[in-house]
Design a protein around this ligand. Sequence first.
Ligand SMILES: [Zn+2]
Ligand SMILES: [Zn+2]
Length: 496
Amino acid sequence: AVSLQQTPQRQGETNRGRGAGLQARAGAAAVPPRSGHTGGPPSAHLRWPQSRVGTARSGRGHGTHGGPAAPSSLLRAVARRELLPHGGGGARLRREGESPLPSSFPAASFAGFSLCPGTTCLFPEDWGRCDLKRAPKSIPFFIAFIVLEFAVSWVQQHKLPGRINDGISSLSLGILSRLPDVLFRSVDLVSYIYVWNNYKLFELPWDSPWTWYLTFLGVDFAYYWFHRISHEVNILWAAHQVHHSSEDYNLFTALRQSFLQRYTSWMFNLPMALFIPPSVFAVHLQFNLLYQFWIHTEVVTNIGPLEWILNTPSHHRVHHGRNPYCIDKNYGGTLIIWDRIFGTFEAEDAKVVYGLTHPVNSFEPILLQLRPLAHIWNTFWATPGFWNKLSVIFKGPGWGPGKPRLGLPEEIPAVTGNEVPFNPSVPVYLNCYAVVHFAVVMELYIDLLATVTTLSQENILLRIGIIILSLTSFGFLMENRQDIKHVFFSSLILHF
Ligand SMILES: [Zn+2]
Ligand SMILES: [Zn+2]
């Protein structure tokens, strides 16, 4: 179990580690411990000094820690919730007596879609006392950027950056990917804190700028390898491919995520838990994934010299391409330097055709999430030999008996640039209906996140059922399938 209460022992340690600079801050270190501490050894539980709380709440002056202020002041501002869209300065997060949050840890692992109420609770000391009435703050941020992308695309190219069917499909997959937050704690943070509590080798000072730099690089480095392995190992690709299943490339695509991916990504961050405090890690994980939202756009062509260092819309367009030159390239999260170092970088060249090499041709969210697992299952049993069966699971998605680990490059289907995306014809009135009904389901989803701890288990499961059935019915609707009425009426029955 993770204890969120501070101990005097821990306070003393932390204060020593930070030196005299801390003493100047708001007298925070003098705040007495709460009465519930057990006085156990510091390494037995995660315990947070009250002084951090004071700094996060009231430390308005940047650079008071005595080190260089500028770069870390940005992250400190993020830490104080002044910059993150779901944060907001002065957030009322710590009222005594507020309901605990038993089932939703902070979704710092929001994978580009941080709509969980826990995202307002970035720091461990907040996790037990989130203001559950606060609506998720990332949604206005996403909407504002999406509106901006539509406006710029219209002005630049006199066309919209996406389609209704693909956009609803991406948002449906995004919602589906976050539903586990309603029921389970974040595996990223639970596993990280477990390693921190039990196997920590040493503790870097949370407020040193060098810890911030190192964590920034560490999180991005871990993301690079997680992402690369997700493309090179078939069973991990089965989860990650959801993000690549759109044949459009826009900000909706950024929100198209797998609900299984969280169970494959957590292990790549664990080495950092040996020495980097969880609060610092959580900030950077959030920052890293938030950054990746804006690069999913065609309206930004090139950002000059920064293309050398940062992962940019141009680099990430290549990553989403199914042209042979795009396959298994540009895995970076925030930085592109890892691709340049490890030989996976490719600059944008010929017109990129987006999506999977073998398109799924569906808008049905459950099918898009799970179909690759069925494919692996069938291939596993159809492939002769024990080692070959293991290779089906652990080698690349293009592997087959007698082929190299990542398959044969010549088997990647060529593209002409004239490929037509999956786009069934649907009457205008049905498109309008789908948009309105989707907005209603979105509201239901936001309300579920905001009130989850006040609802009974049955109520939560019922609402999840309504959301999944509704999203499935949108998929059927966008495909103009005749069996839509079965799913639609099931959803209606659950509504009542
Ligand atoms: Zn990818
Ligand atoms: Zn992407």
